[in-house]
Design a protein around this ligand. Sequence first.
Ligand SMILES: CC(C)(COP(=O)(O)OP(=O)(O)OC[C@H]1O[C@@H](n2cnc3c(N)ncnc32)[C@H](O)[C@@H]1OP(=O)(O)O)[C@@H](O)C(=O)NCCC(=O)NCCS
Length: 181
Amino acid sequence: MLKGKLVELRPVQRSDISYFLQWFNDPEITQYLLMYLPMTEMGEQKFIEDLGTQQAGTNAFFVIEALEGENRRPIGSLNLHNINPKDHNATFGIAIGDKKYWSKGYGTEAAALIIRYGFEQLNLHRISSAAFSFNERSIKMHLKLGFREEGRQREVVFKNGAYHDEVTFGLLRDEWKKCSK
Ligand SMILES: CC(C)(COP(=O)(O)OP(=O)(O)OC[C@H]1O[C@@H](n2cnc3c(N)ncnc32)[C@H](O)[C@@H]1OP(=O)(O)O)[C@@H](O)C(=O)NCCC(=O)NCCS
């Protein structure tokens, strides 16, 4: 478990499926993500089973729980995937699925926790990430966490009736050390 002030990150469990179905079938959320097809219960079950089998070791996947006094509730998920043991890098992904928790600092704190885990526990050298150009909140979050913009794939994604750029980011361990002090 990785704990901050606002959130705790915990491993996924079967009972999370109902949350995932709600979050990842909501177009207000999926507009910001690569996924675009309806998410089925069978698909979610397989995803969770895969985390424990062939993908094990390449995807550090956590559920984000909001801490509210004695209570806690799942509000989203995040991961470091494509963990590459040779080059010591991985790709970051995050979604706060409960929209009531957007823009209140939960995403930035959850991301900071998994980034620390990536560098201090997984021995990563670099974390890659990306956000669609219209996702201002995500772009701000990445820059605040120390990610540097590394490029832009022009009109690579079709969302909400138009093509959009994707901004790519990278964070090196040394840069993170400097800005996480
Ligand atoms: C992107 C996401 C993880 C950010 O987490 P969050 O908890 O909502 O955001 P935070 O409160 O931590 O704020 C991050 C930054 O965005 C800014 N921000 C908040 N709301 C904003 C808005 N509506 N427009 C622009 N910037 C905004 C914040 O001010 C903050 O920057 P600052 O501290 O410099 O002011 C979350 O909104 C989310 O999961 N969205 C849906 C899915 C998604 O976009 N995933 C990421 C795909 S790359």
